[in-house]
Design a protein around this ligand. Sequence first.
Ligand SMILES: [Zn+2]
Length: 508
Amino acid sequence: MIVIYARKSIERENSISCETQIEYCKSMIKPDERSEKVITIVDNGFSGGNVNRDGFQKMMKLIRQGKVRKVIVYKLDRMSRSLADFVDILQEFKLHDVKFVSSQESFDTSSPYGEMIVKLLAVFAEFERTSIIERVTQAYAHRSEMGFYMGGRQPYGFELVPAVIHGIKTKKLNPIPSQIEQIRYIYEVYAQESVSLRRLLDILISEDKKPLEGSDWSTAKLSALLKNPIYVKADSDIYDYYERHGTQMITDLSMFTGEYGAQLYGRSKHKPDDPDWFDMKLVLMTHQGIVYSDIWLKCQKKLSKNKQITNSFSNGTSWLAGKIVCEKCGHHMTTVKAVINNNGEIRRYFNCTGKSHQKICTGTKVTIYAEDLENMVYDCITEKLSDLKEIKRIGKTADYSEINDLKLKLKTVEQNEKQLIDTMLSGGFNADLLALANRKAEQLKLDRIALQDRIDELKSKNEDAAVIVNLSRSWKTADYRRKKEVADIMIDKILIGEDGGTKVIWNI
Ligand SMILES: [Zn+2]
């Protein structure tokens, strides 16, 4: 089944009518789809920001029942004006294998181009979401500096108790002694050189040290526990550790006295297991830490070693990591940090692993500084993203021939109308034919209004504020992680020639 979804917007008085929207959608049905059942769902007078629309809900129900193969809309903003909602909708479509086509933006999720746009939108939609979270956490920043629990699942070893501090109702972590004892033991065992996560798990099972609450231990659960700074007696080494990883430090260094635990927060809810540290914050808590910092740090070192084996290319020091390839030998180039002058200035540069690890390549003759390459690729992406916009604009200039076309159609409809009225007035109809002619006249009138509607819309330079954000603008404000995600979507690889020449191989 194909669903045509139309929405009369309340945002703009003179916006295009639903009938016209539907006509446009119908024109998007391909010849080989003509035999398929087409149903039309219309929402009247709802805002695009509101997904609680009757028709919209009806459509989603059909989709969830697996009855829909394709959804066609006139314009993307018919779906939703919120990018975050829009991306959620698209994800649900994808889940149920529903194709999505918009007639005005030549947007088709079944094309590679459409697929890439969806991925890019998702990256920026997440940005929209996290900036909301950001605002909330900023509001809580003062509160958190006093060490209040910032929410999320209550960590093993503690119970959350309501507390009123400085007149603010909040929650506090209270240690549970029997569980705390287990945690201390887990850290001590894992800190030993020979003990892997797997071995740690075996030891706990053989000694019958089951969790006193919640599900059984697993290596994932143990790894999460061992990574959590809520258990450490946070001192200056801990401060240093997180600061070096780019974590934003909320509490002042002078407070890191080795007494209190800390909480890491700000992790995106969409990537709960993201090992990267950027855009995370660390705040000191009011509860006593359990594990000494040297033991805690030893565990981190072991955990990150595990990580590097599975993920040797993304060393996190450049958002282009994993994309850079030496043209000469075909091996990846990874970032290296080096002091470049007597002032101790450190710069990152890309090094051919064929040279550094395997000695089969002589590498590049010039130094490829990560910053220079990042800047160059950054500009390329900016250009590429505005190209994507350009495709839309070309669509707009084609409107003039469309207007002309519509005017011709309008003229024909007007002539037909006139002819019909003339015939009716000449009295050549019996009652049945007159009723039929009336209906025909009514239809022609609707056609005329629809055409006029569309012509007016095309003429008006007043563009709808489409749901699609200006991608190149979002790109300008993208942080490290989003840069990396966008680069991952758009770029296949970047070849570096021996003389430092650069070739970007795009995914599309
Ligand atoms: Zn090489």
